[in-house]
Design a protein around this ligand. Structure first.
Ligand SMILES: Cc1ncc(COP(=O)(O)O)c(C=O)c1O
Length: 341
């Protein structure tokens, strides 16, 4: 049973069926197709305003393109020190911005806070320093926690004062959304987010993410940047079909609710044997300190999970997904109860 990541899952059947249906016949390429038009219109309804939507195949591309469109080569991007853009994208944001500097900040449980951000911003107008340009928030965070609208708004207020663009890395946006229980608008532009990397791959798509611009004035530039970066997919309808299926009948929310609920169940099994999660479980990731003999027994019984040294020498990460089977979570619970330690 594989709890290493939500990327170990395949795609949801409805998404795969949508790809098969969309691939019949011929249609215009490079995004001038009905699927792409419908996805933009639908996301406009989801976010309750006009949006510009740029489908891409990876979250790294979405993040790097979103930042590149708003940050000059001499810009500074403030982010959490665990942020995916900082530690897991091989310098793609730096490359596509043409050399902007990512400034990693501390923050409990993977979250930035407004005070730390305000205290870290500096160098405006000084020719020797990179210029404050953006703040990037991961929603949900790399520690499996979520930002509430008031926390985002407080950060965005600091950003506004310092003329920073607010970027949200929403690789797990749906997981955060169902936890907070507000509208997608309240969790983004109404709280001050300017540009969103809307993830879908982890939560049921095959390979589909989208840069969502809440201020369409950057749309033309982003279009050129996406092409230049090699991320304008000629058969874009097959990406948009995934996104359409993802949003249809609220599949994205149902998938996220399932993943989050199974994570809660997993956390309860750990807590029942005295292993309280190291970070509040607010999305689909559980971080727990597993003594080495117990970890070895779990692995012997066929459970896989990653060690997570950032949280301590015996810390481990367990991730659930849209297709995590409840019986597999119960099997882990039973293995924990019967373990010999
Ligand atoms: C927080 C976060 N952002 C972005 C991504 C997107 O990554 P990828 O480029 O692998 O699609 C991930 C995937 O692990 C992630 O966890």
């Amino acid at each position: 049973v594989d709890f290493r990541s939500d990327n170990v899952s395949g795609a949801h059947p409805a998404v795969l069926e949508a790809i098969v249906a969309a691939s019949r016949g011929a249609t215009s390429s490079y995004g001038a197709d009905p699927w792409s038009e419908r996805v933009t219109a639908r996301l406009g309804r989801v976010f309750e305003r006009e949006v510009a939507v740029f489908p891409v195949t990876t979250g790294t591309a979405a993040n790097a393109l979103a930042l590149a469109t708003h940050v000059p080569p001499w810009g500074a991007v403030y982010c959490h020190r665990e942020a995916h853009i900082h530690v897991d994208e091989c310098g793609a944001p730096e490359q596509l911005t043409g050399g902007a500097k990512l400034i990693p900040l501390e923050g409990a449980h993977g979250k930035l806070d407004a005070g730390t951000l305000a205290a870290s911003i500096g160098g405006r107008g000084i020719v020797h320093a990179v210029q404050p340009a953006a703040v990037s928030l991961s929603q949900a965070t790399e520690a499996g926690t979520v930002y509430r609208p008031d926390e985002i708004a407080a950060i965005a207020e600091v950003a506004r004062r310092h003329r920073l663009v607010v970027h949200m890395d929403g690789a797990r946006f749906a997981n955060a959304l169902v936890t907070v229980g507000c509208t997608p608008a309240a969790l983004t532009w109404q709280a001050g987010v300017d540009v969103l990397s809307l993830g879908a791959t982890k939560n049921g798509c095959f390979a589909a993410e989208a840069v969502v611009l809440f201020a369409p004035d950057k749309a033309e530039e982003l279009g050129f940047r996406r092409k230049r970066a090699g991320h304008l997919v000629s058969k874009q309808r097959l990406l948009s079909a995934q996104l359409e299926a993802y949003l249809t009948d609220d599949l994205w929310l149902a998938n996220a609710r399932h993943a989050n609920a199974t994570a809660q169940r997993l956390a309860a099994h750990f807590a029942a044997v005295g292993l309280t999660p190291l970070v509040p479980v607010e999305a689909n990731e559980v971080f727990v300190s597993v003594p080495a003999p117990l970890a070895a027994q779990l692995r012997e019984r066929g459970f896989s999970f990653y060690p997570w040294s950032a949280l301590g020498p015996s810390a481990c990460r367990f991730v659930t997904a849209f297709d995590t089977r409840p019986e597999d979570v119960e099997a882990l619970g039973a293995a924990l109860r019967h373990a010999q330690i």
